[in-house]
Ligand binder design. Structure first.
Ligand code: ZN
Length: 503
């Protein structure tokens, strides 16, 4: 077999695994949206079957032989072929270390755990979730041990979401952020509070749905290749070219929840829609890392969606969509309200400054859970204690404390830090975009509802590359510099220093 035949066979096999995974994604999406509760056990079996099948294909020893036959044959290390081989090798080495039994057990237990989490959260009853979380955690420890690590078991799990990142690196980055953020947030909290009551009026769900979908379409989410449904925990799941599912949840008494949720998920969706379909099923047609994925959602939600030019365009339309709710409000009042910085309990509703404190909290707790320094039974207490330290508040219930997120129920230890990485990448992309086009030119086009220059820049610098480069390299190529917290801190300081936010 020539090396080009071996490469073609590798790609064929990679696409086959991706197809199986996309079937799992359809079932996972259905589980979160329309599946009746009594279907949980059957769904667990279905997902376990597919996970086992995908794992079997992803660990076929033939893959090792094919990889060995093509490695070193590409003359350009930055070529699509070289990148695919590099990433397929990385994935193969990881997969073969995890026994099929563990993969299937994880799929089965996490499906049950997600169901228990939903019930526990609805009833505010941690004990319903606790035994399942203990089982998930034990399996994740087993996974970390199987994959192997040098410093901390967390490294082995983090690598799945943010290839190349380390616990020590994230710790250092977060320590620097915390140092600057906490005083910034304190200073903002001491200022006169903006009126936020205008966000808590009557916003009928059907009109919220229409308005949010119109905005998602305006910024560039393609509804010919996607849709939005309702769920308990918003997410974006891309099945492959032509089919990207967004979900959101509506609160008829609070505007932000669904609207900014949809902008956020649409940002994820547009990234998926911007991957090159010809590379589907290979690393070059896959998102770069979860931090980069999150940068795209944060970019649209915050950098664009909370800016003055955006609402210069949308605010008159918002008033028309909700007659009576905002009649006396000015654009400035609305901007101040949506940019208010105030410590609160729920991560997904947090402002972009305090949001990062929510991540620091989870990062510390999941490190402690994984290393065994913290027992699952002590999680609610530890959560509340750390929460008070960071935010000066204590959650009144576990539903607004340690039960609020889905992540641990699906075994997503190592996932949370990627949210804050996303904020940092988004701000750095924002600075580079403004530098390339001119800040006033970007503002002008956003003000008239033309988002093509912004989306075009992201398509060119980020989306089309898939996983051709690792996140750090992608960032350097897109912005001319390595990832740094400085652009995010500059963006935040500038916003917080103004009496009326403009960004
Ligand atoms: Zn997101």
């Amino acid at each position: 077999m020539t090396s080009s035949d071996a490469y073609a066979e590798l790609v064929r096999r990679s696409r086959e695994v991706a197809l199986i995974q996309s079937c799992s994604a359809v079932l996972g999406w259905d589980q979160q949206t329309y599946m009746p509760r009594a279907g949980a056990a059957l769904r667990g079996d279905q997902l376990a079957l597919l996970a086992g099948w995908a794992h079997q294909k992803a660990t076929d020893p033939v893959l090792g032989e094919l990889l060995a036959a093509v490695e070193g044959s590409a003359s350009d290390p930055d070529s699509i072929e070289a990148a695919n081989v590099r990433e397929l090798r990385h994935a193969f080495d990881r997969s073969v270390k995890i026994p099929a039994r563990l993969v299937e057990e994880l799929a089965r237990i996490t499906t049950l755990a997600q169901d228990a989490w939903q019930q526990a959260r609805a009833k505010n009853h941690f004990a319903t979730f606790r035994p399942l979380l203990e089982r998930v955690l034990a399996l994740k420890r087993e996974e970390a041990a199987a994959v192997g690590y040098v410093d901390h078991p967390y490294d082995a799990l983090l690598d799945e979401y943010e290839p190349g990142a380390t616990t020590a690196g994230i710790r250092a980055l977060f320590a620097g952020l915390e140092k600057e953020l906490v005083p910034l947030i304190r200073a903002a909290a001491e200022k006169k509070k903006p009126r936020t009551d205008i966000l808590h009026r009557d916003f009928p769900i059907d009109r919220q749905k229409w308005f949010a979908e119109s905005a998602a379409a305006a910024i560039g989410f393609d509804f010919q290749s996607g849709r939005i449904d309702t769920t308990a925990h918003p997410f974006c799941s891309a099945f492959g070219p032509g089919d990207c599912r967004l979900t959101t949840r509506y609160n008829p008494k609070f505007f932000n929840e669904a609207f900014f949720g949809v902008l956020h998920e649409a940002g994820h969706g547009m990234y998926e829609q911007g991957l090159l379909p010809e590379h589907h099923g290979t690393p070059a047609g896959t998102y770069c890392s979860l931090g980069i994925h999150e940068s795209q959602s944060r970019f649209w939600e915050n950098q664009i969606g909370r800016s003055k030019p955006f609402w210069d365009h949308f605010f008159p339309r918002l008033k028309q969509a909700f007659p009576g709710a905002l009649d006396e409000a000015r654009t400035e009042d609305f901007l101040s309200a949506i940019n208010a910085v105030e410590p609160s309990f729920i991560r997904v509703e947090a402002d972009e400054a305090t949001y990062n404190l929510h991540i620091l909290l989870r990062f510390e707790l999941e490190l402690a859970l994984l290393s065994g320094d913290l027992a699952v039974a002590d999680l609610p207490g530890a959560w509340n204690e750390k929460f008070e330290k960071l935010f000066g508040l204590v959650p009144k219930t576990d539903s607004e404390g340690c039960l609020q997120d889905i992540h641990w129920s699906f075994g997503g230890f190592g996932y949370f830090p990627t949210y804050t990485l996303g904020n940092l990448y988004a701000a750095q992309f924002g600075e580079a975009l403004k530098r390339d086009y001119g800040e006033s030119e970007i503002a002008r086009s956003v003000r008239v509802g033309d988002f093509r220059p912004v989306l075009g820049w992201l398509r060119d610098r980020v989306h089309r590359h898939g996983r051709r480069y690792r996140a750090e390299r992608l960032c350097e190529r897109a912005t001319g510099a390595a990832l740094s917290p400085e652009p995010f801190l500059r963006y935040l300081k500038e916003k917080l220093s103004q009496s009326e936010p403009v960004c």
